[in-house]
Write a protein that binds this ligand. Sequence first.
Ligand SMILES: Cc1cc2nc3c(=O)[nH]c(=O)nc-3n(C[C@H](O)[C@H](O)[C@H](O)COP(=O)(O)OP(=O)(O)OC[C@H]3O[C@@H](n4cnc5c(N)ncnc54)[C@H](O)[C@@H]3O)c2cc1C
Length: 714
Amino acid sequence: MDRVVIVGAGLYGLIAAKTYLQVTGAYEDGDEAGTADEASDLTAIPSCFTEDATPSMKGSQNRLLVIDSASDIGGTWAEERLYPNLLSQNSYGLYEFSDLPLTDVVPEDESDTGDTRSQFIAGWKIRRYLRAWVAKWKLDRHIRLKWTVESVCRLENKEWKLSISLPTTPARHITVICDKLILATGLTSVPNLPEIPGSLGTTDHATPVIHAKDVGGWAREYLGYQPLEPPTVDIHAPRGEVDYPQLRSVAIYGGAKSSFDLVHFFATLHRNDPKLHLKSKQNNPVQVHWIIRDQGAGVAWMVPPTSTLPNGETVPSDKAASTRLLTYLTPCCYMIPKRLSRKGVWGLRWEGSWLIRLLHGNPFGRWWVRWFWRSVDRSLEESAQYGADAKMELLRPANSVVSCASGIGIANQGDLWEAIRLPHVAVHRSTITKIVASEEQAATDSSKRAVVHLADHTCVEPVDLVIHATGYKPIVPIQFEPASLRLELGLSALVTSDNQNTSDNIHKATESPEKIQGLLKPSIKDRLMHLEDIDQRSEVTVRQTLQATGCTPMNRGSASWTRSNKLIPYRLFRRMIAPELVAQGDRSFATLGVILSSTIAVIAEVQALWVAAFLTGGLDTQATDPCGALSLETISLDSMDHAVSEDAVLGSMTGSGLEVDAIQYNDMLLRDLGLNPNRLGGGTYQELTGVYGPSAYKGIVDEWKELQTSRSQQ
Ligand SMILES: Cc1cc2nc3c(=O)[nH]c(=O)nc-3n(C[C@H](O)[C@H](O)[C@H](O)COP(=O)(O)OP(=O)(O)OC[C@H]3O[C@@H](n4cnc5c(N)ncnc54)[C@H](O)[C@@H]3O)c2cc1C
């Protein structure tokens, strides 16, 4: 087995590790046990990954390493990232791996019956589940925590070299060498902090300003949050030594789902709900100032926690969204027939399946689809009651729920709207211009309270805490050497817009983890220009398609964090591999998780199998496969570039560019592998209305291995 390094021990890194070991037969060989020495020291570099590894060491047993900078596995769900009311938007059965139901590890709490929150999985439950799953697959011995990959470069012999920092005092740096590299660093590793004078990063640190990513740590310190165990103390009893502060007011900045959660949390904090796992107790309501920009993506739609399926069954809303039928009802669905196309020399045909043609391929179908989505908008408006008063009106989303430009979340905190309507919640639609320290002492520590200034000249009263619920930069937080390697790997980057190719300081290109400054090599610049050309042509096709079905793409503008820089989007074939490397026959690099969807876990296993197949050469030899499986040996760079371009252009016109429809995407990957994408085992009705959760993909690794065996015997 080659030496493989996976960066990131979140959902994607973990499933990638298990799947790779499974595909390469490591579990059958007993290899997952590792050598005794290496298994016992989880801080050491296995000898085969060292710079001076000899050929015999390179063949030693522990040849897969998962590296993570956090002190816990789980990424988003790691212990340090949990916060008190973190509820996933997924109900039981939709956030797990197919081989281990979540209920086997953390049973549904029967005492919660009737509470909508109990249908959605609490963050601490996912963390506990991932721990149990890692133990099941004996992955611990492969994982190295608190190792931060600072930089990556490619050696002349095509090995990958990773420079890693360890949190020792003094700081220690080590080097890891491997043959194959998988990046699974997630889309929520780099907080997006607005550049506001006085805000985090630009402050004199006198004001209490944090990002949503750090709410868990803050709650631990100031509210006695203890996520993994049920509260062991009676919160109504005197607190003993720790004196937790009484909060007076907080400001929350942002309009996406995480801001709704935070508003709900602080607005109801005085209820001292034991399910929040807090040791502290608030005596009075906390004044909440919710500040949402008046431009930008606006406020997210929040759909009710439950929805009704066509068969009349009421299910959690994430399950209703995980059906093929919903995909087909979306006018931005790209599979839809938009035109007559030529078939052969004489023939003309309508593109798309009969159902797609029925819904989108004629005026009556399109009218019905529009009516359907308008009625969805109306029912969401009714449940939120935006028209009830001036405050609620400020929360009305600007576009239809199906416009693709709106963020969507599930109102899974049962009394979300009631909490927002409480008199101690104020909503402001403006931009924060400045945060300054107030003379008043904050409740939380010796720092000052903060005064928040808005563009509409409002000056919010002094608050104990400002939280930026402003999302994340979807960037790989690693430096690449040379800087242009990031682009060769198909990864997203910010490039300074004054990047001219005429100067002689080409070699001065440097980068921070997100930005390439200076000049790019001519070959890279040429390639970028070539790709932009392809994009222009793709845009024409995509616009024609969308126009024909009545889907009007929104002009989203550039993301706030790109500022004056140019954002080069991810250019990954199938969202995982770098076209240029593939065209050179290189099968040593892949990424996972560069995907946004309401059901991330539904995709993870399929991506992991696809990547394992790719890295082991399994996608190279299927040219004659009758099921239309992919053969990377025969696909040209041009074909890959066109496919990537269409994906990137459609994405940027209908979303942030990272969204996928989980079921359609999985269909494509399974077809590539030569496996059956229709997995619900029933007729058309079952396929259309049945719920596609992770369990639908149970057994795909074995199916793939059997297919490989039968191919090799032919
Ligand atoms: C608050 C919140 C709620 C969410 N709720 C849902 C939900 O309900 N449903 C859903 O489907 N999705 C949800 N998501 C999205 C969620 O991120 C994904 O479901 C999933 O956890 C992503 O897994 P990942 O492995 O790709 O990334 P992550 O979980 O982010 O893991 C990436 C890992 O890479 C590590 N890493 C990054 N850079 C380096 C480096 N340089 N060196 C070493 N290690 C590094 C990080 O420490 C991290 O552990 C939510 C996200 C957030 C932030």
